[in-house]
Design a protein around this ligand. Structure first.
Ligand code: PMP
Ligand code: GLN
Length: 382
């Protein structure tokens, strides 16, 4: 078959996880925690499974969860929205992204994307008929070059898809960078769809600022969150979109025909989770920051140079720094099959030619002993 999607292979996460399983490797490739999130959240969901409700929840999401998302927006970012009209619950951030693209663009509309980009963005943009325009960020600092930003936007730009904190780079966009992006979005009279699934995984001095909070952006921006990342329950696939009534209404037009709704037990579990006290969020951040430092120290002791990581689950290592002369893909296959540690090649997140092939993404949301063992295996191999 010759379709838009037939040009895409199997997603890199599935490829690397399968290879890791086949070789008994420690899987630092696909991003998921190796310990499940809070037991009390799972308890709430389990109770709903037994006692109900278990039939179709409302199309926009259960009001308990929409209220919790609204409260969360207000608590962390001062964003005030109406839970009845300005929030949409989806089956994961992935569905949220699909709904936004299907609901907000027409075939031929231009969509600005930052490269390296998360793997589902391009197929979804293309399948929705969008014309991608890339702003490439270069390692190791992933700064936005002004000329590239300016060239990507035009009067045909319909929306920009922004991921901060950013997978796979670990970059957290600064307020100054967001202001520059906001300027072009407004000049093109476009929308912004912000994938903020790692909003609570931000380290050190870095701060997560939603683009939606910048002047003039509230009515043209939607932000996407995911319980998978915030509660270390990636298999749950519960996402939520916040935006103005008009945009959420347009996006709901897609959602009602894509999944319509999401498991009530999981929605109520997530509603309970979002209402947890600030301490939960602080502990999550501190725990992951410790894991980032642990893996970074271990990789650097082997001789790897690592790129800055201010957020997400991921740290990138430069494979040239230990004298490896092949590509990142060859490197990942080698360490998975021979050293027993899997990682993901960063070139998989590029579309165009001429990308760097020297960076490898390691996932650090694992138990300390697992991270130590991975470092041990790598240091014995190199
Ligand atoms: N966006 C980004 C940047 C991600 O890294 C991921 C997956 N971890 C998703 C979206 C998908 O989230 P979900 O599992 O909630 O669909
Ligand atoms: N977001 C996860 C990652 O970047 C993977 C999610 C998936 O496997 N689709 O590793």
């Amino acid at each position: 078959a010759n379709t838009i999607l037939s040009g895409f292979g199997t997603t890199i996460f599935t490829v690397m996880s399968a290879l890791a399983t086949r070789h008994g490797a420690i899987n630092l490739g696909q991003g998921f925690p190796d310990q499940d999130g809070p037991e009390d959240i799972r308890d709430v969901a389990a109770r709903v499974l037994m006692d109900g409700p278990n039939q179709y929840p409302p199309m926009m999401g259960m009001l308990e969860l929409r209220q919790a998302v609204a409260d969360h927006n207000h608590r962390f970012y001062g964003i005030a929205v109406n839970p009845e009209t300005d929030i949409l619950v989806t089956s994961g951030a992935t569905e949220a992204l699909a709904d936004c693209l299907l609901g907000l663009i027409n075939p031929g509309d231009e969509v600005v994307l930052f490269e390296p980009l998360y793997d589902c963005y391009l197929p979804l943009v293309l399948r929705a008929g969008g014309v991608p325009k890339f702003v490439r960020l270069d390692p190791p600092n992933w700064e936005i070059r002004e000329d590239r930003l300016r060239e990507a936007f035009s009067e045909r730009t319909k929306l920009v898809l922004l991921n901060t904190p950013m997978n796979p780079t670990g970059k957290v966009f600064t307020v100054e960078e967001l202001q520059r992006i906001a300027h072009y979005v407004q000049e093109s009279n476009a929308y912004a769809v912000c994938d903020e699934v790692y909003e609570h995984l931000v380290f050190g001095e870095a701060r997560h600022v939603p683009l939606a909070t910048l002047p003039g952006m509230g009515n043209r921006t939607v932000r996407i969150g995911s319980a998978g990342k915030t509660f270390s329950l990636t298999g749950w696939k519960v996402g939520y979109i916040t935006g103005c009534t008009d945009l959420i209404g347009q996006i709901a037009k897609a959602h009602q025909f894509v999944t319509f709704t999401t498991s009530p037990a999981l929605q109520l579990g997530v509603a309970y989770g979002l209402n947890k006290g600030d301490e939960f969020y602080t502990d999550l951040r501190q725990s992951l920051e410790g894991k980032r430092d642990r893996l970074k120290t271990g990789l650097e002791a082997i001789g790897f140079k690592t790129a800055d990581c201010d957020g997400t689950y991921f740290i990138n290592a430069d494979i040239r720094s230990i004298g490896f002369e092949g590509t990142d893909e060859e490197f990942c296959r080698l360490i998975t099959t021979e050293a027993g540690v899997a990682a993901v090649p960063v070139s998989a997140f590029y579309v165009g030619e001429g990308e760097e092939k020297h960076f490898v993404r390691f996932c650090f949301c694992k138990q300390d002993a697992v991270l130590d063992q991975a470092v041990q295996r790598l240091s014995e191999f190199f």
